[in-house]
Design a protein around this ligand. Structure first.
Ligand SMILES: [Zn+2]
Length: 431
């Protein structure tokens, strides 16, 4: 009885119930792929893009008509790398775990209000958070969770002090007090950790594949999971039809990850030419971020050791971008945006303008990122998104200004976005 009542309650608030037929007239369409705008009109039915036409579309009965006023219509934005619940575990340590949930909800709201209709959580957020968004209990973008990150003991996901006891899966949830990590050593533990995430609803698996900046005890140069451990995570993921993304900076780490089946490298700042070519040849993605490395020193709780490691990886940033361009490596748009500095999120758009044209950045933040997220294969229950095409999900933004000429209009989403639509549901309309 109770279960039926709960189901009815969830159904009432699900986006499907609220979605309606909407006709958006008189817009210039950035379809997510082409570097130019095409005038047209878009009809949205039941959360999907039904018609895209250069000619006027006859409004069906009961349709809601929005006059776009010749504004730019874009697919919703996508961030490939964030951590809603506890990017910076040490700053959250002094609070009860419920605070991490409240913080994650605030971040999710900030994302959607900034025009991000899809985000990939790169570890630490329980997949239930994605379900709660889908059920309409939490306001936020469509979330693709990686579950708890999988790290070896002493690795980039081992946030314990040296005297802390070793956590095991039996000791409780990896999301509470463990920095959103599962410490796994050896093939069997890695298989179990990955399968535990998949059971919880992770859509892809995240492993810590080498030394990191924000952990205290692992050097950047450290190689972390063994080849057999990497293959174990890849096996568990590919058995579910999905893939592994891995944190890594150095060429040695990236090469080991890629030859053992990892499909997406996170960060990658210290890659060399030979390894970049290998990455390109294997069709592997490098999801990297600019702003976070340029502002990390301002975060509370950053130690001297963290800062030294930060300097070492930041030195490689320009070379990484050069190699991404040279070998045409798929990169998408990602921020690793850290809670507390909400103005940082959209700054990623403007910092990228140092290296990429506004049109290239718009493609990264829409169709290219969507291709990366859809690497989850058969786990994708949502259909195609990230482009304005007939039969695709209606994640749409109406933008004030000319983002294909001046990306800085996106710096202030409050004034830049006239319409935010997620799966056909209007979440903001201010014409
Ligand atoms: Zn991260």
């Amino acid at each position: 009885m109770l279960r039926i009542a709960v189901a009815a309650f969830l159904g009432l608030f699900s986006t499907a119930v609220f979605s309606q037929t909407v006709l958006i007239e008189n817009v210039r369409i950035f379809n997510g792929v082409d570097h130019r705008l095409k005038p047209g009109h878009v009809l949205v039915v039941d959360g999907m893009i039904e018609t895209v036409s250069k000619d006027t579309i006859d409004a069906p009965a009961g349709v809601r008509v929005i006059d776009g006023g010749n504004r730019v219509l874009s697919p919703g934005f996508i961030d490939l790398h964030t951590h809603l619940a506890g990017q910076n575990p040490r700053s959250m340590e002094k609070y009860h775990p419920t605070v991490a949930g409240a913080n994650a909800a605030a971040m999710a709201k900030h994302y959607l209000d900034s025009g991000f209709t899809t985000i990939r959580d790169a570890g630490g957020t329980h997949p239930d958070f994605a379900r709660a968004i889908e059920a309409g209990l939490i306001y936020g973008p469509r979330l693709f969770p990686s579950g708890a990150v999988i790290s070896q003991t002493a690795g980039h996901g081992d946030f314990r002090a040296p005297h802390d006891p070793h956590p095991t899966l039996e000791s409780g949830s990896p999301y509470l007090g463990h920095g959103g990590s599962i410490l796994a050593d050896g093939v069997d533990q890695t298989l179990m950790a990955a399968r535990e995430n998949l059971k919880a609803g992770a859509t892809q698996i995240k492993i810590m594949g080498g030394g990191g900046v924000m952990s205290e005890f692992d050097p950047i140069h450290s190689l972390q999971p063994s080849p057999a451990e990497i293959r174990a995570a890849v096996q568990a993921a590919s058995d579910w039809g999905t893939y592994v993304l891995a944190h890594a900076y150095t060429s040695e780490a990236i090469e080991r990850l890629v030859v053992n089946g990892v499909k997406c490298i996170e960060h990658g700042l210290l890659i060399d030419d030979k390894t970049a070519k290998l990455v390109a040849d294997k069709g592997v993605v490098i999801s990297t971020q600019l702003v976070v490395y340029r502002t990390l020193q301002d975060l509370p709780g950053v130690s001297e050791r963290n800062l030294r490691k930060l300097d070492a990886v930041l030195a490689g940033q320009e070379n990484l971008v050069r190699l991404i361009r040279k070998y045409d490596i798929k990169t998408g748009f990602a921020t690793d945006f850290i809670q507390g500095g909400y103005t940082m999120l959209t700054r990623e758009f403007t910092e990228r303008a140092e290296y990429w044209t506004p049109a290239e950045i718009m493609v990264q933040a829409t169709s290219e990122s969507a291709e990366v997220i859809r690497m989850i294969g058969k786990l994708n229950r949502w259909g195609n998104f990230g482009e304005i095409r007939e039969g695709w999900v209606a994640d749409l933004l109406l933008i004030n200004g000319e983002p294909l000429e001046d990306i800085s209009v996106l710096r202030d989403p409050e004034s830049a976005l006239a319409l935010i639509m997620k799966e056909g549901e209007i979440v903001k309309l201010r014409l």
